[in-house]
Design a protein around this ligand. Structure first.
Ligand code: FE
Length: 177
């Protein structure tokens, strides 16, 4: 009798579980970069403007990214990993994950830094006048974290004739899926 009950119970449990729809695991909107770097401000989906102190950035950014992004540094010409690079995909701010450029706006420039003729969105970047080093230039900053990215010049190709001259160190490239 006990054995019969056990068989019936097993059958009921099996039928119950077999009739359930298989559990579909939804992809998690994970910020892989955050996991990789431990940078809590990095997001490729959150476009909220950030107000983070340099002291805080210094805790979460690699030293070379901090140097460019927060101290307005410049990598050596022809030294950047995206200078001579033509992969298809999207470039994000290495400090905060903001989407900055599509690869189809990148062009071969002889200047020694990765160059683009337009930003991904009009508010991807913002601009400031830069009168340092005896020059008058227009600085390009990340529209989300205000980090320094590079400068923009008027000698680019059509259709914009602009050249966004960027530092590879503050760009994160994500290839097209
Ligand atoms: Fe940024």
């Amino acid at each position: 009798m006990l054995r019969l009950l056990s068989i019936i119970l097993t059958a009921v449990v099996c039928i119950g579980s077999c009739s359930n729809k298989p559990e579909v695991k939804q992809p998690i909107q994970a910020d892989m970069q955050t996991e990789k770097t431990g940078n809590p401000y990095y997001s490729r989906t959150d476009t909220t403007h950030l107000n983070v102190s340099d002291a805080e950035w210094k805790k979460v950014l690699p030293a070379d990214v901090y140097y460019i992004s927060r101290e307005k540094g410049t990598e050596y010409a022809f030294s950047g990993k995206y200078n001579d690079f033509d992969g298809l995909g999207t470039y994000y701010c290495a400090a905060c994950g903001n989407a900055l450029f599509k690869s189809d706006s990148k062009f071969a420039s002889s200047c020694g830094w990765p160059s683009f003729y337009e930003a991904l969105r009009s508010n991807s970047v913002r601009y400031e006048s830069d009168k340092t080093h005896g020059m008058i230039r227009t600085e390009v900053l990340c529209g989300r974290c205000d980090g320094h990215l590079g400068h923009i010049f008027d000698d680019g190709p059509p259709p914009t004739y602009k050249r966004f001259c960027m530092n590879s160190l503050v760009l994160d490239f994500e290839p097209e899926k």
